[in-house]
Design a protein. Structure first.
Length: 432
């Protein structure tokens, strides 16, 4: 018979690293005078590119060991051509959009080429976002494409598109242009804002505020992503909470809404990891950045420490091919080793725990897990078990006061209890 050490294991060790060790695991890639950092992109060669601005617009390249800084002083480029958004194409060329001025710029590792309204057929110098499709064609938030020779312009069909911030290309090579700032919608400043889909040369406009079932935001951007099964979704912070909608090819359907108090005030960055977890990056309040993780109905919230090196708000986040999570934002650029399973665990981040759901003791005996003195145990929906390396070894539906989980080898295990209100509590057991 294998039983929990001394039968009862007092709750004291969380599944995730504590705040101090989590801070120690982060690597900070900036100096205090660097200002803010914009979007992050990984090139075909694995190099990391990050845009930035204030006090001087710039972008940086990281080869895994060293950073190279490119700015107006060492490139001779027009001020403001860096910063807001950037992406690398399949040839390794970096494309940058500055936001309010100077069109778009390409960087091939040696030469910078700027495209603006005076030297090209680009229709606007204000481009906040860029994207690359499977044909290596550039797309801008001005609803233009560039194949390396010619610029092509697409009509917004009478829908407002001046506030677009982001470009996303889905697995069907359809281009989505979106990202209207949410507060403007709530206050009625913008006229008929839309999300646009361009596929096979045709533009479809989905209206945010008149019946297309898209979230009406209270802060941040609309954020579009795609799961591994091809399901397209949009996420955003609304007055109701955090809303997720999926796209069935014609219409937007409700997926989930989180209405609890943990939700932040705005979200600006999105990433879908290799296991299908949705990561949202943004701001909880004026001094605290937040990462939200969503998987199959479960929400987990990570409030970053209010400490030097961490951004006060996250503008972008991504996981690179070396399994590092990168975050950028206001006064911060940092990375962290990232371990993901198919349902919600990340080594190195502290989830916001709900003490009302604390299980004071857990007992494991003869293949069964039993919580003792667990507040609201009838509200448990499921639980996930991880080994000492953070690998998921089982996910179980809660069946009552005693649930069969099979025989576990000797060792230490983390157990994450999930509740009906989407909150969670994590603890550990030791099997002898």
């Amino acid at each position: 018979m294998k039983i929990l050490n001394t039968l009862l294991f007092f709750l004291c060790l969380p599944l995730f690293l504590n705040a101090q060790s989590a801070t120690d695991d982060w690597t900070f890639h900036h100096n205090p005078e660097d200002g803010w950092f914009g979007n992050i992109s990984e090139g075909p060669n694995g190099h990391i590119f990050v845009g930035g601005g204030s006090p001087q617009s710039h972008f940086r390249e990281y080869d895994g060991n060293n950073w190279t800084l490119y700015n107006q002083s060492n490139t001779g480029a027009p001020f403001g051509f860096f910063g807001r958004d950037l992406i690398t194409d399949s040839n390794g060329t970096l494309w940058l959009s500055p936001g309010n001025a100077n069109g778009v710029t390409s960087w091939d590792g040696t030469n910078l080429t700027n495209f603006n309204t005076t030297n090209s057929d680009i229709i606007s110098n204000s481009n906040f976002g860029v994207g690359i499709d499977e044909n290596n064609t550039l797309w801008t938030t001005s609803m233009q494409s560039f194949d390396g020779t010619n610029w092509e312009t697409y009509s917004p069909n009478g829908c407002y598109h001046g506030g677009m911030r982001l470009v996303f290309v889905d697995s069907d090579n359809a281009v989505w242009i979106y990202g209207v700032f949410g507060i403007g919608i709530e206050t009625g400043i913008l006229d008929q804002p839309c999300i646009f889909r361009i596929a096979n040369g045709e533009v479809t406009a989905f209206h945010i505020d008149n019946g297309d079932n898209l979230p009406v935001l209270s802060g941040g951007y609309h954020l579009i992503g795609e799961l591994s099964d091809g399901t397209l979704f949009v996420a955003g912070k609304t007055l109701n909470g955090i809303e997720l909608k999926t796209f069935d090819g014609e219409n937007w359907q409700d997926l989930d809404t989180y209405t609890g108090p943990e939700a932040g005030s705005s979200f600006w960055g999105l990433w879908v990891d290799a296991n299908g977890n949705i990561l949202l990056g943004g701001q909880k309040d004026a001094t605290t950045a937040q990462i939200v993780k969503y998987c199959q109905g479960t929400w987990t919230f990570y409030d970053l420490p209010e400490a030097d090196g961490f951004p006060k708000v996250i503008y972008d986040l991504m996981v690179d091919r070396q399994s590092r999570l990168w975050i950028s934002g206001q006064t911060g650029l940092a990375s962290l080793p990232y371990t993901s399973t198919t349902c919600l665990t990340t080594t190195g981040l502290d989830p916001v725990q709900n003490e009302a759901h604390a299980c004071a003791y857990l007992r494991y005996e003869n293949g069964y897990l039993m919580p003792l003195n667990c507040a609201q145990s009838e509200q448990i929906t499921s639980f996930t078990i991880y080994d000492a390396l953070g690998r998921q070894i089982g996910h179980h539906r809660w069946t009552g006061q005693s649930t069969s989980i099979g025989q576990l080898p000797t060792g230490m295990y983390a157990v994450r209890l999930e509740f009906k209100d989407h909150k969670a509590f994590s603890t550990q057991i030791i099997v002898n």
